[in-house]
Design a protein around this ligand. Structure first.
Ligand code: URA
Ligand code: CA
Length: 433
């Protein structure tokens, strides 16, 4: 093959073969294809799109560019979950023990966060002593023994995606649904699960700002999964306001514990039950979504989900006492109220800006090298639809610095208070199977 011919073919809207796509990925990853040709190719994809077949070929070529995790030594159907990312999204932390308590093996490979708050790994590291450095053998054994384990991302997972993502970032080609779908799915498939449940967020705080785009992305990812033999399904969920109340690492661990006890925020709890039901069913532990939901509610009610979270923490070197005594988690030195400047009803809470306010406090990373302050963040006191008086707190800032002016004013500016009440946005949108 010659790369110029492949670029031309895509430019003219023709369908590429498996061999052509694999050639591009292999030779771009090993450095034989220069960035200028890859850039032109990405831009052609951006404008002409990719068929379902092309997306599956691209995904598998990226999977095969690096390590693939072999989970076959773990008994049962391994189910993974992925969220396209939001603000204060505590669902993974809740779902790992919740689904495992229903008997589904959870072999979780997690990453660190960039932006608003940390990733699942950062959040777990808010627990004193918790470590994610397990050998593959230890990882497999722990999942077989306890049904759950969490490890850090292998260094050589989908190197083709890493290199392409960096190029997309500087060539204005990140926002292409076939490229996003294959990028996400390549990482999930390489991580080894048999079934994948996707939480595709839509709204202001999400990557996909409109429901139509979220649906298109979800459909692409489900189609890729199906074509390559992984049972894949997606739920569209709202991210026009932050999920739950807590945004920040230690604060989200506390929120997860409350949710596992059955006292969590309504929206976070519901999303965990919806995604968890799909995972339990995909894992073969229930015959219907209703049966799966009943099982999830039962392991919350009888405390086994929370207890299993404690066992996970203990197995990975952490202080399991935090599940009964969350004050053992890192605590910020100062708590500062963010007062409402007017009275009325909350009609909008721009999730991404509130996420920025949390990041400025130190809860997230602006660059990969930044260190996170695990104790800090924001706890919302109101959500869309709520009534508020002048001076009433909209949120509490947890900070290790007394200088919280910028975060305070960002929160105030990006929570809209109006005279007329609005309904709170619908949390769960379409399901794509
Ligand atoms: N997240 C990814 O992993 N890949 C993309 O292309 C976009 C978001
Ligand atoms: Ca939250």
């Amino acid at each position: 093959f010659r790369m110029v011919d492949i670029i031309e073919k895509k430019r003219d809207g023709e369908e590429l073969s498996k061999e052509e796509i694999t050639f591009f990925i292999t030779d771009y990853t090993n450095g034989s294809i220069p960035d200028y040709q890859a850039s032109a190719f990405l831009m052609a994809i951006y404008f002409k799109g990719m068929t379902a077949k092309e997306q599956a070929y691209l995904t598998m070529a990226m999977v095969e560019s690096g390590d693939q995790i072999d989970l076959s030594a773990i008994e049962g159907i391994k189910v993974d979950k992925h969220s396209t990312g939001g603000v204060g999204d505590t669902t993974s932390l809740v779902l790992i023990p919740l689904v495992a308590a229903c008997g589904v093996p959870v072999a979780k490979m997690s990453g660190r966060g960039l932006g608003h708050t940390g990733g699942t790994l950062d959040k777990l590291e808010a627990i004193e002593g918790f470590h994610i450095e397990l050998t593959e053998q230890q990882f497999v054994k722990q999942v077989n023994d306890l049904k759950l384990a969490v490890i850090g991302q292998s260094g050589n997972l989908t190197p083709a995606d890493k290199k392409l993502y960096a190029l997309r970032d500087v060539t204005a080609t990140v926002n292409s649904i076939p490229l996003i779908a294959s990028s996400i799915m390549s990482k999930k498939i390489a991580a080894g699960a048999n079934a994948i449940v996707l939480d595709v967020k839509t709204g202001d705080g999400a990557f996909m700002k409109t429901e139509a785009d979220a649906k298109a992305l979800a459909k692409s990812m489900v189609a890729i999964g199906r074509q390559v033999g992984r049972n894949t399904m997606a739920v569209i969920s709202d991210m026009s306001q932050p999920l739950g109340f807590a945004i920040g690492n230690s604060l989200e661990v506390i929120e997860a514990i409350e949710t596992l006890k059955g006292n969590g925020p309504e929206d976070l709890t519901e999303l965990c039950l919806v995604l968890g039901s799909k995972m339990v069913m995909a894992g073969g532990k229930a015959k219907s979504l209703e049966e799966a939901r009943d099982k999830l509610l039962a392991v919350i009610a009888d405390g086994t989900a929370l207890e299993l979270f404690g066992q996970l923490i203990k197995a990975q070197g952490g202080n399991a006492a935090i599940i009964h005594n969350p004050s053992l988690l890192p605590v910020a030195a100062f708590k500062v109220e963010v007062p409402a400047l007017t009275a009325g009803y909350i009609t909008q809470m721009e999730a991404d800006d509130i996420g920025v306010a949390a990041m400025l406090l130190g809860a997230g990373r602006a660059t990969k090298e930044d260190e996170i302050d695990l104790a800090v963040g924001i706890v919302l006191k109101k959500k869309i639809g709520d009534k508020v008086q002048v001076g009433e707190p909209l949120a509490i800032i947890h900070s290790n610095s007394t200088n919280v002016e910028r975060s305070t004013s960002i929160i105030q500016q990006h929570i809209t208070i109006a005279d007329q009440a609005v309904k709170s946005p619908q949390l769960i949108g379409e399901m794509i199977t």
